[in-house]
Design a binder for this molecule. Structure first.
Ligand SMILES: [Zn+2]
Length: 219
């Protein structure tokens, strides 16, 4: 115990009831050892110090390969927070993450215009990061579509983001066009899909290739 990988990182846990993060005391611990190896399956119950609710955590060093998002060990928590705060993927460019976080925070707080603008900022960052010509966003989107970086469907969506963001960025007086919550939710959802398509998918395919043919890299 004590080494990273053999110890649960309690700071990662979020209380399902009050959403407090990392503030727990261990209320119960039991473990099961596999007869064939020295791997242990841990059955822990943690009590939230804030609201006194209980979490059941099942975890093991390097066990559940499919969900090993943190590398050395993985864990399952019950109950999972109902309003878990989404976190940006580690495969995304660092410079973009703050716009993405603000887009999601604004959605959660029902600040529709702010979410709308932050989705556009994330998109603007991404098209520059992917090497679009130094032009207005309209031309940049078309440029990336021509280069094959953006799928035609993604190109259409990117233009929708641009148009909807204009309503929030340059409101008409005296009656600004309506930006509905559903529109903004859709825009932010599509932003997530775009990021998966542009960053996560290529990484996953590369990882798959590395696993099949160690030592080679993609063209
Ligand atoms: Zn709590």
């Amino acid at each position: 115990m004590g080494q990273r990988g053999n110890k649960l990182e309690v700071w990662r846990l979020t209380c399902a009831f009050c959403e407090e993060k990392g503030n727990f005391s261990l209320a119960f611990h039991e473990e099961k050892k596999k007869p064939s190896s020295n791997k242990r399956l841990n059955f822990d119950v943690y009590q939230c110090r804030n609201c006194m609710g209980f979490l059941h955590v099942l975890w093991s060093a390097g066990e559940f390969a499919s969900s090993s998002s943190h590398g050395l060990y993985s864990y399952h928590v019950l109950p999972w927070p109902l309003k878990a705060k989404p976190e940006p993927s580690e495969d995304w460019p660092d410079g973009m993450k703050r716009f993405w976080i603000q887009a999601h925070d604004s959605l959660a707080n029902e600040n529709w215009d702010a979410a709308n603008l932050m989705a556009r900022s994330a998109l603007q960052f991404v098209v520059r990061e992917k090497g679009a010509v130094e032009e207005k966003l309209f031309a940049q989107i078309n440029d990336l579509a021509t280069k094959g970086v953006l799928h035609p469907l993604m190109k259409d969506w990117a233009h929708e983001v641009r148009l909807l963001a204009n309503e929030s960025a340059h409101p008409e007086a005296p009656e600004p066009a309506e930006v509905t919550p559903q529109d903004v939710r859709d825009i932010v959802h599509f932003l997530d899909l775009l990021l998966v398509y542009l960053y996560n998918l290529p990484k996953q395919i590369e990882n798959y290739r590395q696993r099949k043919n160690p030592g080679t890299s993609s063209p």
